[in-house]
Ligand binder design. Structure first.
Ligand code: RB5
Length: 145
């Protein structure tokens, strides 16, 4: 299950990605927006809460740059959100960072690239091993240890 959300700048891209995922038989929770002007932190929170409560395995957030969404999402405990515009970063943020949220900028990349990045994000497994210690260290920062 993938939770997905966007602000007004990302609405058209979100619509395309929902169709792309559903055509592949992947279930989607659409956390808005409906295309009218909204504030990206509100949507980021909704998507991330679907992950932290266990309803969704991963999330996708789209705004103009992907940056605002990622800043907001990374404030939430348990979220590892990465803004990506190309294939290499998505692949390695799954393999090494176990990123659970992919953020993309609808004013930065086209829909074709966004769909390919989504495909990699959904289908690449976390490698674990030597990377786990580093994720544990991130968790410690999160818990203010
Ligand atoms: C909205 O105009 C824009 O600021 C937003 O989509 C995003 O790019 C913020 O990071």
């Amino acid at each position: 299950m993938i939770a997905i959300g966007c602000d007004h700048a990302g609405y058209d891209m979100k619509t395309g990605i929902i169709k792309f995922l559903e055509d592949k038989g992947i279930e989607v929770i659409d956390c808005g927006c409906d295309g009218s002007p909204c504030d990206y932190p509100v949507i980021a929170k909704k998507v991330c809460e679907n992950i932290t409560c266990g309803k969704a395995d991963k999330g996708i957030l789209i705004c103009g740059t992907g940056i605002g969404m990622s800043i907001a999402a990374n404030k939430i405990k348990g979220i590892r959100a990465s803004v990506c515009s190309e294939h290499f970063s998505v692949k390695y943020t799954r393999l090494h960072n176990d990123a659970n949220v992919l953020c993309m900028g609808a004013r930065v990349i086209g829909e074709g690239i966004a769909q390919e990045l989504t495909d990699i994000f959904v289908n690449t497994e976390y490698e674990g091993g030597r990377h786990q210690k580093r994720l544990d260290l991130i968790k410690e920062i999160e818990e203010n240890k």
